[in-house]
Design a protein around this ligand. Sequence first.
Ligand code: NDP
Length: 453
Amino acid sequence: MKDYVTELMAGVKAKNPAEPEFHQAVQEVVESLELVLERHPEYRKAKILERMIEPERLIMFRVPWEDDKGEIHINRGFRIEMNSAIGPYKGGLRFHRSVNLGILKFLAFEQVFKNALTTLPMGGGKGGSDFDPKGKSDNEVMRFCQSFMAELFRHIGAYTDVPAGDIGVGGREIGFLFGMYKKLRNEFTGVLTGKGLSWGGSLIRPQATGYGAVYFAAEMLKTRKEGLEGMSCLISGSGNVAQYTAEKLINVGARPLTFSDSGGYIYDEAGITAEKLSFIMDLKNVRRGRIAEYADKFKSATFTPFDPKLDYNPLWNHKAQCAFPSATQNEINGKDAANLLRNGVYVISEGANMPTTIEGVNQFLEAGILYGPGKAANAGGVATSGLEMAQNSMRISWTRDEVDSRLQTIMKAIHRACYQTAEAYGTPGNYVNGANIAGFLKVANAMMDQGVV
Ligand code: NDP
């Protein structure tokens, strides 16, 4: 089996050069699947894994737009339609200057497994652009979104491919994208999720990823008969996922201590309260300012600017019990993982996608801590997008409590599936194996049923 994995990875690297994040995401999954492929030679024979690492369709396009001064800019747009075995492609759009094909392929690949875990009928996809919304006016963002949709609209649809938000794509961007789709198609359908409440959005969708990551942490703690109350928590990022992770943590009596953006991080030894969080929400969502301002406003906090010379992130070097990485991929490296463990962190619930390097993941697994990988822990976002799709199809809106209780039920089901699968495959407590294997089995069985397509 080792030979098979080595050969498969060599093939992935040769066929997809210069895509290190994609290689990393595949490697992690393939290592978990060794046991499954040993027990089920039929999957190997049908080349299920080989098919899963090849996107069903890859769309790449030019996005020209004009800034407020009349200057023309050209960005690159992408949509990766990775796997539709169990439902329409589903996954977010990311607008960030680091976006490239390899990053979106890693995200689309992870999404396939994550969506399978949600219990809802959703395939996997991802998309976005190397457009950087930072510092752009609302009109510039609108013109960019319109140009982006002027191409994307012909590839998506409520029964084909349903994009949502991700880094750099929130309610404002989804609004502009939806407006253009509707104009071009002349139809009002649930083609995007994360919509505004008055035009088809779901209550709790903005909160869902962060709340879900906290629910997942609570479920992991329950296996040790513990709870989150009183726990000190490190959070990275200060966007959608970070904000609602903090909100739920505060609600359950835990103490968030940190927040960050690409400029650096704040550490508030007094704890981030509901009042302080509303300052952050206004700073980030309305004024679109930098997290450094938090330390000017609250004297119990210090701001540490990002230092590119460091080979570790000092945010992960504070005493705490829990960590919720909620910014971006590979933000916890081997050194950070060692620092977290040394500082007493024993619960990690990943709001971000693949925030930990393979070296870091291996340290967490060896230490036997409660480590919830992104594809399980942050699945609440896409699950609630699935609930938004269901409401759109039925043309009704559920109440906040209804959606939140469905979200909690789904997060519990995901936890149970990961926990039980890890045990069934001889690695109890290993949520990485649990998530990869449970997600794989669902998609693989659907692919077997549907023949060679
Ligand atoms: P936002 O754009 O709302 O926030 C992202 C935050 O992370 C910002 O504070 C941003 O800082 C910071 N950040 C992003 N890239 C970098 C970087 N390269 N270096 C340092 N800081 C960075 O995005 P979300 O909160 O939606 O997404 C955060 C993570 O959660 C991503 O990994 C995303 O894929 C994942 N996720 C999101 C879901 C959702 O529903 N939104 C669902 C599941 C996963 P700055 O503004 O300075 O760039």
